[in-house]
Design a protein around this ligand. Structure first.
Ligand SMILES: N[C@@H](CCC(=O)N[C@@H](CS)C(=O)NCC(=O)O)C(=O)O
Length: 230
């Protein structure tokens, strides 16, 4: 008897949300395994030295790492590659790359860009993720100066735009590609839609999501994705 596929994940990880959107859309029965945020290397040792989430294990035991290859794999295994076939292949590749470089870099600035937001995010992450008793407390206090003081500050400085402006510019750029259709890929969501949705969805458990909800076109698309995956 074959087992359900499993997804090793972190609750707040944007790359995991990409995969979760697709499995929800395809209504795949997935065994979600929440890894300990402080022990990713150890708990993911079965996947070689990759050491990051998401990790997908198919029902036959095949292990796939890295969110975009996982999306393609799931689509192929469970839906005959129909999702990837939606839209133009070359354009899809170009925009997958766009999502994985541009949108992926916009999540940290909005969540950790100011002292107050970084503090709130860290506390919430500490609550949502699986930690040991001590490491949860350690993370809540030590995580935020690192995320805010080092990583977010550097990204904001490199980009030059305020985190909200960055997101609004990216959503303008993205939604301008499909003015006449519901999704990037047309009337039904394609692979780029799932990638982009994952990054945006990962902000949704945090109060900073309110900074994105006033982007009308972005929210129209986001709500359609939400509906398609529910
Ligand atoms: N390119 C990878 C990035 C995955 C990634 O960076 N995951 C983070 C969590 S959001 C992680 O597992 N970090 C643990 C580590 O690097 O030790 C993907 O798209 O899946």
């Amino acid at each position: 008897m074959s087992q359900s596929p499993s997804l090793h994940m972190l609750q707040t990880c944007p790359f995991c949300w990409k995969v979760r959107g697709m499995t929800d859309y395809l209504k795949i029965d997935v065994n979600q395994v929440q890894v300990n945020a402080m022990k990713t290397k150890k708990e993911l040792a079965f996947a070689g030295d990759w050491g990051k989430v998401p990790v997908w294990t198919s029902s036959s035991g095949e292990v796939v790492v890295d969110s975009t290859p996982i999306l393609k794999y799931i689509d192929k295994e469970h839906f005959d590659g129909k999702i990837s076939a939606r839209g133009d292949e070359e354009k899809n590749e170009q925009w997958l790359e766009w999502a994985d470089t541009k949108l992926s870099k916009a999540t940290v600035p909005i969540l950790y860009g100011t002292l107050g937001s970084a503090f709130k995010t860290t506390i919430r992450v500490a609550r949502l993720e699986k930690f040991g008793f001590i490491s949860r407390r350690l993370y809540a206090w030590a995580g935020f100066p690192i995320m805010w003081g080092i990583i977010a500050k550097k990204r904001i400085k490199n980009d030059g735009r305020a985190p909200k402006k960055l997101w609004h510019d990216l959503l303008d750029e993205f939604t301008a590609e499909f003015e006449k259709s519901t999704f990037f890929a047309g009337d039904e969501p394609g692979i780029v839609d799932f990638a982009a949705y994952g990054y945006m969805k990962s902000i949704s458990p945090f109060p900073q999501f309110a900074q994105l909800t006033d982007h009308a076109k972005g929210m129209k698309w986001y709500n359609s994705m939400e509906k398609a995956t529910s």
